[in-house]
Structure formats: structure tokens, C-alpha cells
Ligand binder design. Structure first.
Ligand SMILES: Nc1ncnc2c1ncn2[C@@H]1O[C@H](COP(=O)(O)OP(=O)(O)OP(=O)(O)O)[C@@H](O)[C@H]1O
Length: 274
């Protein structure tokens, strides 16, 4: 059943067109035993948007990303995706609906090359069965070529040609994070979820990552939902920001609106009276 009507979206201050609602989180509550990680939170994500989720440690941000990616199913509330209520799904099923993610702690195959790691991002696009793959028959061969082509495009885009054969274990932290982004992008997602993409990076690595995130959004029109602690980064990158605190939503709006929200200032930005 259609729960949301498509609407026109809006135009950002810098002239980018943001589309209608892609996903709506409606009254989401998520509990772990006695701990309420998310309390009755609602917000939406629009096509083409860079949407940030911020908040202090333990606010429930990762839990929210895990609800979006299907890793957790909330006890209460609904996820409306593309106008339809999403049934309970497992993460791989959600991935097939065009949602890819990166993790707070890098989750790559350390012993495998960069190229092979990124190829695993194409798994959802592989349809040929094992027998066809083993025999290298038509369909499997064509599929393999297509997958390689897509992966090479991502490698070029993220400027990691020089390390394509390097085992991930040998890479510095910033490049590992970029490879993780590459693997998520190889899935050609409509919505990309980034859990603290800049965490642990030095200034230069952060600048690179910011540029790549904006380029992905611009070039492929990918909708991006990101959790980030660096407020400068959040304010620079995001079109709209959801602010969480102790599992509740305490703010939602443009970076400027959020920056000037009294509750947010008190709870999160920690501005003192002097
Ligand atoms: N798998 C789990 N089992 C039990 N409690 C959990 C689980 N995952 C999260 N929590 C609890 O839910 C609350 C929200 O945690 P969550 O990791 O979502 O917060 P966060 O805002 O992402 O924090 P951080 O910024 O530190 O990553 C915390 O109290 C946390 O201890």
C-alpha cells in the first residue's frame, strides 16, 4: 500500500535538486532487553540527499543505521521504502533493494587484494549459478565481464588504481576506509549508509573522503546517510541533519537550523555560558 505520496522535493542553497521521499522511518522503537536504544523516532530521507545522523556516544545512531540496513528489526514502528511498508527482512535482502553500507570498524577481507575485496560488493548482482560459473559458460562469462567493468569504474573514480593488487592488510587506515567505500559503491546502491566514514583519519584523509562522498552524491546521484562525529564535516557535507540523544530525536533540519536549535546546543554541542 502506498503510504507516502511522491512530492517535488526541494532545491538546496547551492542549487542541487533533491527529490521526493525515498525512505520514511515512522515511530521507530528499538530495545535491547531493558535498554531502549531508539525511542519513537520518525524522520525521512529524500532521494539525492546527504542526510546526517549525529549525537553523543550511545545516542542510538548506529542502531538507527542498523535498522535502515535491516541488521535490526525494530519492535515498534515502520520503515517505508519507495512508498511501501518494508516487511521484516534480513540484511542481504535489504541489500538487494539497493541499500549498501560501510561499517564503523573496517570490515574488509584483510588477506585479499583490494580488487577482490571490491568484487565482493558485486555479489548481489551475480545471477549465474555455480555450475555455469564452473563451466565459464556464456551467461557467467558475460556477467563476470560486466562486474569487472563496474568495479574498474569504481577503482578509477576513487583513485585507487595504484593499490588494486595490494592485500588490504598492507594499506594505511585512510586507504582501507576508501576501499570499504569502493566495495559499497560497487553494489551500485541507491542509498549508501556510511557509519563514521572519517573516524580515525588525519586531516588530509578526511578532506579526501569528504570530496569522494560529495563526488559520489553528485556523479551517481546516490542518496547518502552518514553518521559522523566531526561537526565541521557534518555541517559541510549534509543537506539535512537528524540529531539524537539518549535514543530520542532532539533536532531535525538543515545544518544551520540544527546549529541554532537550543536543545541541540545544550545536549550535544556543549556550548558553555561564557
Ligand atoms: N547489540 C546490542 N545489545 C545491547 N545493547 C546495545 C546493542 N547495540 C547498542 N546497544 C545499546 O544501545 C544504545 C545505543 O547504542 P548505539 O551504538 O546505537 O549508539 P551510537 O550513537 O551509535 O554510539 P557511538 O557514537 O558510541 O557509536 C547504547 O546504550 C548501547 O549500549
Amino acid at each position: 500500500m502506498l503510504d507516502t505520496q511522491p512530492d517535488e522535493g526541494y532545491t538546496t542553497a547551492d542549487g542541487r535538486k533533491i527529490g521526493g521521499v525515498a525512505m520514511e522511518m515512522k515511530n521507530i522503537t528499538l530495545r535491547f532487553g531493558g535498554v531502549v536504544a531508539i525511542k519513537d523516532i520518525s524522520f525521512d530521507i529524500r532521494w539525492g540527499e546527504v542526510r546526517a545522523i549525529i549525537g553523543p556516544n550511545g545516542a542510538g545512531k548506529s542502531s538507527m543505521l542498523n535498522v535502515i540496513s535491516g541488521f535490526y528489526n525494530p519492535q515498534e514502528g515502520e520503515v517505508i521504502y519507495k512508498g511501501y511498508r518494508r516487511p521484516r527482512m534480513r540484511p542481504y535482502q535489504v541489500a538487494r533493494t539497493g541499500i549498501a553500507r560501510t561499517f564503523q570498524n573496517i570490515a574488509l577481507f584483510e588477506g585479499m587484494s583490494v580488487l577482490d575485496n571490491i568484487m565482493t560488493g558485486r555479489l548481489n548482482h551475480m545471477k549465474a549459478n555455480i555450475f555455469q560459473q564452473a563451466m565459464w559458460w556464456g551467461k557467467a562469462q558475460k556477467e563476470e565481464e560486466e562486474n569487472r567493468e563496474k568495479v574498474e569504474k569504481v577503482i578509477d573514480f576513487l583513485e585507487i588504481q595504484h593499490i588494486r593488487k595490494t592485500p588490504v592488510a598492507r594499506l594505511p587506515y585512510g586507504l582501507k576506509k576508501r576501499v570499504e567505500l569502493a566495495r559499497a559503491l560497487a553494489a551500485e546502491p541507491s542509498i549508501l549508509l556510511l557509519d563514521e566514514p572519517m573516524a580515525g583519519m588525519n586531516v588530509e584523509e578526511k578532506e579526501d573522503m569528504c570530496r569522494f562522498i560529495l563526488d559520489v552524491n553528485d556523479e551517481f546521484g546516490t542518496t547518502i546517510v552518514l553518521i559522523e562525529h566531526d561537526m565541521g564535516v557534518v555541517m559541510d557535507l549534509s543537506d539535512r541533519v537528524v540529531v539524537m540523544d539518549y535514543g530520542k530525536k532532539i533536532g531535525d533540519g538543515t545544518p544551520d537550523e540544527v546549529r541554532n536549535n537550543e536543545e541541540v546546543i545544550k545536549a550535544y554541542l556543549g556550548v558553555t555560558d561564557d
